[in-house]
Design a protein around this ligand. Sequence first.
Ligand code: AR6
Length: 168
Amino acid sequence: MSDSRLALARGDITKLAIDAIVNAANTALLGGGGVDGAIHRAAGPQLLAECKTLAGCRSGEAKITRGYSLPARFVIHTVGPVWSGGESGEPETLANCYRNSLQIAVTNDLRTIAFPAISCGVYRYPIVDAARIAVDTTSEFLRENNSVEQVTFVVSTDEIYAAYRRLL
Ligand code: AR6
């Protein structure tokens, strides 16, 4: 039975008017393709300017900025693992992305947060495994934390939607 604070949606994460959206960034934090590119386009150039002050981000870690022209108030930037077979700590790194992003939300008193399918695009993480890590890590975090009210997984493909659907 999944937590009632977990939700699943298909669509564009940049459209959500919530406290924070999570960005699947890279270690430079200077923008890129995929959801990262979409977030920077929708937020405007001030987002890149703030990101330049952050000195990058390690894989599995997370950093927060304002949302600028996005409807979301904040962006939590995290860096997923590049899939390279699963023997290089990829599962632990991906779990850390969810945990550290949620911890930043708690620290900043943010109640509503949305995640894209971190590492499931350019970084090629197997989708079923990534979805399980996303749901399990988030559920475990919410069991210990009552301040976050809603976590939405926002996905862009049928395959990823189906993988989450089976778990939620
Ligand atoms: N809303 C929700 N999901 C989206 C959106 C959107 N607007 N756009 C894409 N997705 P990816 P990664 C999905 O490649 O694998 C970037 O260049 C997408 O279909 O964005 O963590 C960064 O700068 C996929 O399912 O992130 C890094 O260099 C998922 O978001 C690198 O890609 C994640 O795909 C990070 O790769």
